[in-house]
Design a protein around this ligand. Sequence first.
Ligand SMILES: NC(=O)c1ccc[n+]([C@@H]2O[C@H](COP(=O)([O-])OP(=O)(O)OC[C@H]3O[C@@H](n4cnc5c(N)ncnc54)[C@H](O)[C@@H]3O)[C@@H](O)[C@H]2O)c1
Length: 235
Amino acid sequence: MINVHGLEDRVAVVTGAGRGIGLRIAESLLANGARVAALDVVPPEREDILAIECDISDEAAVNAAFDQVEAALGPASVLVLNAGITSLAPFEKTSTELWERTLSINLTGAFLAARRAIPGMRAMGYGRIVALGAAAGKSGGTRSAAYAASKAGLMTLVKSLAAEYARDGITANVVAPALIDTGMLVNARELVERVPVGRLGTTDEVAALVTYLASGHAGYITGEVVDINGGTLID
Ligand SMILES: NC(=O)c1ccc[n+]([C@@H]2O[C@H](COP(=O)([O-])OP(=O)(O)OC[C@H]3O[C@@H](n4cnc5c(N)ncnc54)[C@H](O)[C@@H]3O)[C@@H](O)[C@H]2O)c1
């Protein structure tokens, strides 16, 4: 667990925080003093987190969820865009439905949440946006066209926010993981062989990086994509 400053009493919204990396991020922000809201189609059952059922690709639901956060906790100064689906399929078997669902959750969902959260951040003159990209969003990959394209789009969305709102005290960065063990990998041993450091990453390691970028320490870092992948993209 990382200890940072600048999160005390800040309101943090984490999308997709029902489980996995997002839940770990929510716990880490909470441990550093933030008041945390989790938006998820299956929200966490936790009394210390404001859990809101929300499909991030649904504009009305996203706006209503932020209304609820603001009424209960106040405006968000930290936004973690973590909700995502990993839609793997051979390219020619990628249905239009799968393509559109992937883009609407992984990319449009981030757009909707950021657009709703940013006015409150601008009013405070402070904001931290951290999105979960993916190594595949840089490299592409087999069976990954929709997923990789959605994550590549997310990266330039976030870089655009970084440029547009830098003078408003808002930073926006991407954390790009690969092969993080969320307890649901079936062929872990085979996957480990692809990682130069020889093991999978942990949700703790990702949460620590996101927490740092969401903290008061990271005000001079914006528009970056920070890889966390055990060297997977080393040439
Ligand atoms: N685990 C990895 O190795 C890895 C690698 C690269 C990128 N990532 C990215 O990190 C993020 C978290 O990944 P994870 O491994 O914890 O995944 P996960 O599937 O365990 O968790 C994703 C969460 O998002 C939620 N979600 C899905 N669709 C949603 C929607 N429409 N609206 C709201 N919430 C929704 C799910 O209910 C779930 O709680 C994702 O964006 C993923 O693409 C993960």
